[in-house]
Design a binder for this molecule. Structure first.
Ligand code: FE
Ligand code: ZN
Ligand code: FE
Ligand code: FE
Length: 209
């Protein structure tokens, strides 16, 4: 299709997003499977439901435009998903794999946010107010998903990394022959100085094991 008008571009970009979302519908269950953290699994599962509704919104917009949503392949999403697959094929520390899955998923969310931000603006410029509102809803959802993933990266993953460090600290104490009563107290007090560095050290951790 020749891009003669903003409407042509709007339709092309919508088709790209429609294809991108449908690729994600297939990829998200695989990402859920590959995740170890229950919270991350839940976040991916929830975003699958959200993605389903986003496809329905696009369907509605295409129906009102009287245009078929089919006929475009989003190569960027294909590439992002391809990189995500590389992560899933890696062996390694489950919490580090989870962090890598989050990194992949956030790239996807940012790509979607850019796409929806554009079509939302085009819809507004073209006077399609209902479509602009629907696209804004999706844009907000992608933003929420991104924020949730940032939270998970900062909490769940690092908490697990800290727990792994606590386990190591316990092992060291046992090796030093400390009695079990003191060990319980130490578990709460000792990791504090290490916890501060846990975030930075996290990705280097497997080498320590
Ligand atoms: Fe989406
Ligand atoms: Zn695309
Ligand atoms: Fe890349
Ligand atoms: Fe999304």
């Amino acid at each position: 299709m020749a891009l003669e008008s903003l409407r042509d571009l709007y339709v092309e970009e919508l088709k790209d997003l429609y294809n991108a979302e449908n690729q994600l519908l297939k990829a998200l269950p695989r990402m859920t499977k590959a995740a170890s953290s229950e919270e991350l699994k839940a976040a991916f599962t929830e975003h699958l439901d959200v993605t389903q509704k986003q496809v329905e919104r696009l369907d509605q917009i295409f129906t009102e435009l009287g245009v078929s949503p089919k006929g475009k392949k989003c190569k960027a999403m294909e590439g992002l998903i391809e990189e995500g697959k590389e992560v899933m094929q890696e062996d390694g520390d489950p919490s580090v794999i989870d962090a890598a899955l989050i990194a992949s998923a956030q790239r996807v969310e940012h790509y979607e946010m850019a796409g929806y931000g554009c079509v939302r603006t085009f819809a507004t410029l073209l006077g399609y107010e209902d479509a602009a509102a629907l696209l804004q809803e999706t844009l907000d959802e992608e933003g929420e998903a991104d924020k949730k993933l940032t939270e998970l990266a900062e909490t769940v993953i690092n908490v697990e990394a800290e727990e792994a460090e606590e386990d190591e600290a316990e092992d060291e104490e046992e090796a030093d022959g400390e009695d079990e009563g003191e060990e319980m107290e130490a578990e709460e007090e000792e990791p504090a100085p290490e916890a501060k560095t846990a975030e930075k050290a996290q990705l280097k951790k497997p080498a320590k094991k």
